[in-house]
Design a protein around this ligand. Structure first.
Ligand SMILES: *Cc1c(COP(=O)(O)O)cnc(C)c1O
Length: 392
């Protein structure tokens, strides 16, 4: 089965060499040399002031809320992975949804203000599919209403806004390094902040509040990353430019062809995305289900990210419905995109979606067919198959 992504494993011998080092030192976790080295490399690569590695991206969100003293309620997006919302609820913070922008698919700054309640203390927004939020408008609103800003940056590794990592915006950005993410450490995550005092607080929270052997300062939890995970991160980071290039090549190919038939996510101005996902908005849910079934039949497994819209979660009812998020979540499909994805599969994906879309249109307008054939809309891209050369 071809899935929406495939964990990038990097060079096995390089990984083995790190494992040998771990066996030699016997240092498995608790801020070992590989975690320390990876933190330094990520800090330089992303161009951020502080980065604290964690053992997953969900606990990174939970720690962010604690470190910033978020209580009461938080304005958040209904169109994201469930952890963005569930982490709030888990921490006893009531998520209040504000609808998304119909083009960028991120939390719409115009929807935020009217949802702010007396106990609201934060905005929690996701750079969904790596597309930066309107960080300036959000910052302005946060300042006016004295709110903290947390960005769930799980999709935004290497994404830039105005030429810098988008992790430089907000009070805290959180990252996920889960195996399915563009950069990964098997399981893992990180917290980024440009505030040094806040970074210190985060470090304490990640390690039970332990200051040193004889001193504990406040409540904490265990969010530490281990050395084996850091070793994987070192290997994947070595190949990050290649990973980004391969993804961009596939993503741009999809965008050129599919952009003529379907709505695609609109990039935020002045931003540089990362092709961590390739979402496409089909005409409606029926078309999505038919296209997915056809792709499944030929062994291709695109995913419905993000479905259902988070304002429909059982444990949050009753809840004000967010119509744009609900409408979008019903018709968005994420297509396979990862280094080494065969060119032939990319063609099959595009052909299937386009043919199904033309077929749906024809059910309504049967006379359209001769036109379709005359203009060759059903034929594939005939350019030579160049899979990303340096991989496969
Ligand atoms: C993957 C993801 C998370 C959770 O990260 P984990 O490392 O799996 O805990 C949170 N938010 C978003 C948007 C994600 O895609």
């Amino acid at each position: 089965m071809i899935n929406v992504t495939k964990a990038y494993l990097g060079n096995k011998n390089k990984f083995k060499a790190y494992v040998d080092r771990i066996y030699n030192t016997g240092w498995l976790t608790n801020h070992g040399p590989l975690v320390t080295a990876l933190e330094q490399r990520l800090k330089d690569y992303l161009g951020v002031r502080n980065i604290i590695l964690t053992n997953n991206g969900t606990i990174a969100l939970q720690i962010a809320y604690r470190a910033l003293g978020v209580t009461g309620s938080a304005i958040t997006t209904p169109f994201s992975f469930v952890a963005t919302t569930s982490s709030l609820q888990w921490e006893g913070i009531r998520p209040i949804f504000a609808d998304i922008d119909p083009e960028t698919w991120n939390l719409d700054p115009n929807q935020i203000e009217r949802h702010i309640e007396p106990d609201t203390s934060a905005i929690v927004a996701t750079h969904v599919f790596g597309n930066p939020c309107d960080v300036e408008r959000i910052e302005q609103l946060a300042r006016q209403h004295n709110l903290k800003v947390i960005y769930d940056g799980a999709h935004a590794f290497a994404t830039c806004y105005q030429g810098r990592s988008v992790y430089n915006w907000g009070d805290i950005s959180t990252l996920s390094f889960h195996a399915t993410k563009l950069f990964h450490t098997i399981e893992g995550g990180a917290i980024v902040t440009n505030d040094d005092d806040l970074a210190e607080r985060v470090r304490l929270l990640c390690n039970f509040g332990i200051v040193d052997t004889d001193q504990i300062e406040g409540i904490g939890i265990n969010a530490k990353l281990n050395e084996f995970s850091a070793a994987m991160g070192m290997c994947v980071l070595d190949d990050i430019e290649l990973i980004l290039e391969c993804r961009a090549e596939i993503g741009q190919r999809y965008a050129r062809r599919l952009g003529e038939h379907f709505d695609l996510q609109k990039p935020q101005p002045e931003s540089q995305g990362n092709f961590s996902y390739f979402p496409v908005a089909l005409a409606d849910e029926q078309q999505l289900l038919r296209s997915r079934a056809q792709l499944n039949e030929i062994g291709i497994n695109p995913r419905r990210y993000f479905y259902p819209s988070l304002d429909t979660l059982d444990y949050l009812q009753p809840q004000a419905p967010q119509p744009r998020s609900r409408a979008l979540s019903r018709k968005v499909l994420c297509l396979p995109i990862y280094p080494g994805l065969p060119r032939k599969v990319q063609e099959q994906v595009m052909q299937t979606l386009i043919q199904e879309s033309i077929h749906s249109t024809q059910s309504n307008r049967i006379l359209f067919r001769p036109l379709v054939e005359a203009f060759g809309l059903l034929s594939g891209d005939q350019s030579p198959a160049s899979e990303c050369k340096r991989i496969s």
